[in-house]
Ligand binder design. Structure first.
Ligand code: BGC
Length: 465
């Protein structure tokens, strides 16, 4: 290379980051945004260890306690309903900034609560932040990521959720000795501050900028993310797709996109009604029912389940861009069916705690390899840019609505159908989830978001045979 070309390359590398530094920016962006996932996991789980202390300190009846536990889920429903419109209107970055602030503020206020009312108000707003983050984090990462590694990057969100759940158990356990429930909630302020500071420095999604008509900023954004010479082409593809897209809720009902919207809602509901949070929220009770000798043994087993959940998510991240979304989903729902069938049989035949524990671990492995991370990934990539926020709102609303129903009915179901019957019902729903994924979920591995959009358009154009 001669001197002038050296100078030229130095000049271009100072204007646009090279692929290596661009890759670092993308990974850093995804990593920081995923802290929103960590807060989601942490804040949904931390209540489990704090609940008994709340009951004593605030002298709560069972009904009041149930309300205090469930109020965050209500907030998440409201947050996810509002998040779609707001992220489309004010941008992904602003929403994450505001959410980080809210997570921090209301974590502290939950810790300072003086009674049921102030606690419930604070937890409702924590829930709203969970709802917003559950939508905005995967959406933001998905719009920034290069197609080739989008699956892995968006799934960092699920990894962070599982880590957040694990950290919550650990903090609950560490603070239980001193009955210090206030710090259990308030400790979420730390990741919230890191997220807030991170979001001040991270860029806005170039796809959202293009949608708002900020062409130069969108181009600079793609360059900053290491797209180099391909930045122009990527922006042109985004702009081309945007021209064909319509705004508004009615566009959710266009023939091709209608199917995409239904696929997202279906995946979201199946992710919940196949029973994951019966295990995440109630595993110590389930293991005690199965004959575990003590609460301590059951809590230890629950911690092992938490670690298994994190580890399998790492495996999924390594595989999702190679084996594809469909394969992992089918493997996952098939595995969940067998595992839950086995858990039901272990209860039916009274084979004891270890057999149930084995079945539950197999179930967590099956969920974590596919339906867990891949649901969040697919709902962040299957919709056109102009309606992505609104369509994701419908899907995340379905997640939180179904979560609420399952968490609220599990114990009654156990009473009505017995543990064996209950897990067989969930196993049957897993079969339906398998059929749904086989019939309706498209493969999106390695495709640009705009290419995925074209898939739905063609779907809509198909003659009705
Ligand atoms: C689900 C949560 C669940 C978590 C467990 C997420 O994908 O949406 O409801 O608690 O996975 O890892």
């Amino acid at each position: 290379m001669d001197q002038s070309s050296h100078a030229a390359s130095r000049k271009s590398s100072s204007a646009t980051p090279g692929p290596a530094s661009g890759r670092v920016t993308v990974i850093l962006t995804a990593g920081v945004a995923a802290l929103g996932g960590l807060l989601f996991g942490f804040d949904t789980s931390v209540i489990s260890g704090a609940m008994l202390f709340l009951k004593t300190d605030f002298r709560l009846t069972d009904v009041q306690l149930e309300f205090a536990v469930g109020v965050a889920l209500g907030g998440a429903l409201v947050g996810s309903a509002l998040a779609g419109y707001s992220t489309d209107r004010w941008g992904r970055r602003w929403m994450l900034l505001v959410t980080a602030l809210g997570f921090g503020l209301f974590a502290v206020l939950s810790g300072l609560a003086t009674g049921l009312v102030s606690f419930s108000v604070a937890r409702f707003f924590v829930g709203a932040c969970i709802g917003i983050a559950s939508l905005t984090v995967p959406l933001y990462i998905s719009e920034m990521a290069p197609a080739r590694i989008r699956g892995a990057l968006v799934s960092l969100n699920q990894l962070a959720i599982t880590v957040g759940i694990g950290v919550a158990y650990f903090i609950d356990y560490a603070l239980a000795g001193s009955s210090n429930w206030r710090w259990m909630f308030a400790s979420a302020v730390l990741p919230a501050i890191i997220l807030l500071i991170g979001m001040i420095f991270l860029p806005e999604s170039p796809r959202w900028l293009a949608r708002q008509g900020f062409r130069e900023r969108a181009l600079a954004g793609f360059r900053r993310l290491g797209r180099g010479d391909e930045a122009e082409a990527e922006l042109a593809e985004v702009e081309g797709a945007l021209q064909e897209e319509q705004e508004g809720f009615s566009s959710l009902l266009q023939p091709g996109f209608r199917v995409a919207v239904l696929v997202g809602i279906g995946l979201a509901i199946f992710q919940q009604i196949t029973g994951i949070n019966t295990i995440i929220y109630y595993s110590p009770s389930i293991l005690r029912m199965a004959g575990y000798p003590s609460d301590k043994a059951a809590i230890l087993a629950a911690a092992i389940i938490g670690v298994a959940n994190v580890l399998i998510t790492v495996v999924s991240i390594l595989l999702v861009d190679r084996l594809g979304r469909r394969f992992l989903l089918l493997l996952s729902t098939a595995g969940m069916t067998v595992a839950l069938g086995f858990v039901g049989a272990a209860f039916y035949r009274h084979t004891g705690g270890m057999a149930v524990f084995g079945g539950v671990i197999a179930y967590i492995f099956s969920f974590g390899i596919g339906l867990g991370p891949v649901m969040w990934l697919l709902i962040s990539e299957i919709y056109p840019t102009k309606i992505r926020g609104k369509a994701m709102s419908l899907a995340t609303l379905s997640v939180w609505g179904a979560n609420w129903v399952v968490a609220g009915t599990f114990l009654s179901l156990i009473h009505a159908a017995g543990p064996a019957g209950t897990f067989w019902i969930y196993a049957f729903i897993c079969v339906l989830a398998f059929i749904f994924c086989y019939a309706f979920v498209p493969e999106t591995k390695g495709q640009s978001l705009e290419a995925i959009e074209r898939h739905w358009r063609h779907f809509g154009e198909k003659p009705a045979a």
